[in-house]
Design a protein around this ligand. Structure first.
Ligand SMILES: [Zn+2]
Length: 331
């Protein structure tokens, strides 16, 4: 049995018909973990849907009302890029419940993984980019409300910038200053930005996003640390930037919880991504994040976010490897 929990429900399936988002990936990851002996049935914990009260810790009452009553405007539905249905709302509420449960288990066991979630493009008042509500932000706010944590750090490694995360926790800016270590060899066009703010002491959620610069979202609200990577960035450069961003972030804040958004779409064969990581490189990425958390004794929860590999089995392999990496680091 694993020394940590995997949060999963068949209800994670998104009823969205033929879509570039592989809605069945969650079940396939679970099956792969069982088939390969990485996990056993008893390692999985089933979530219950988040309550509306929990959703309202992050989202506006107006937006939640529209979702519950099926009254999104056509424009809002277009921005979401998913066909609205009541069942879809249920799947997202469940994913949020899963991230809450993952955060709770992470605080107990040091690490926990939601085999779902990571909907980092959702804003307080609207959804976009396949993300209806922001399950990870909801989990953070719920842990804070329960007095279980004071501060958190979001580490977003999806190929797309975590615009919803940045906007929701927008008050939180890195305190800036030069990076301590030597910078990795920076490819042309790479922009590293840390935002200065005087009010860093009041900040409670620090946001790090490593993403492809020339990709959705066109407008990128500032995270505490944004690493805007050039097209075609490969394993070595990516891992160097990640190591640097984590070290810099953790010099600025020792959070009570890390939320790792482990997108599978920085993969070189991804349909919606333009970075060039290998499957092995992505596993090293996961190991790096987990090792950093373990070394510093910071609890870490993981959610999956995107993954649109030309071959679905590659997306399943990348997501499954995140659990393998956790097992290697935490067992
Ligand atoms: Zn993505």
């Amino acid at each position: 049995m694993l020394p940590f929990k995997l949060i999963y429900s068949d209800g994670y399936f998104l009823p969205i018909g033929q879509h570039v988002f592989p809605a069945e990936k969650y079940r396939l990851v679970r099956d792969r973990l069982l088939e390969t002996g990485v996990a056993r049935v008893e390692d999985f914990v089933m979530p219950t849907p988040a309550t509306d009260e929990n959703i309202l810790l992050v989202h506006t009452s107006e937006y939640v009302r529209k979702l519950k009553t099926g009254t999104l405007s056509p424009q809002e539905e277009l921005l979401l890029e998913l066909p609205y249905s009541e069942a879809l709302v249920g799947a997202f509420w469940l994913a949020a419940g899963g991230s809450i449960l993952a955060a709770e288990h992470a605080l107990k066991d040091g690490v926990a993984l939601n085999i779902g979630g990571g909907f980092h493009h959702a804003f307080a008042d609207h959804g976009e980019g396949f993300c209806m509500i922001h399950d990870v932000a909801i989990a953070i706010r719920r842990m804070q409300r329960d007095g279980k944590i004071r501060t958190a750090m979001s580490v977003d490694c999806d190929v797309h910038q975590g615009n919803g995360t940045a906007a929701i926790f927008g008050g939180t800016k890195g305190i800036g200053g030069p990076l301590g270590g030597p910078l990795p060899s920076s490819a042309p066009g790479t922009l590293h930005r840390e935002n200065m703010a005087e009010s860093a002491r009041d900040n409670d959620v620090f946001t790090i996003s490593l993403h492809q610069e020339n990709n959705y979202p066109a407008i990128k609200p500032p995270s505490s640390i944004d690493i805007n990577l050039p097209d075609g960035t490969g394993d070595d450069d990516y891992l160097a930037w990640l190591d640097n961003a984590l070290s810099s972030g953790l010099r600025q804040m020792q959070p009570d919880l890390i939320c790792y958004v482990a997108g599978a779409d920085p993969y070189r064969d991804d349909q919606l991504g333009g970075l060039a990581l290998s499957i092995e490189g992505l596993k090293k990425r996961d190991e790096l994040v987990f090792r950093m958390a373990r070394t510093r004794r910071i609890p870490i929860m993981t959610a999956y976010a995107g993954g649109y590999a030309k071959k679905l089995e590659d997306t399943v392999t990348i997501h499954s490897n995140t659990v393998v990496a956790a097992k290697e680091v935490f067992v």
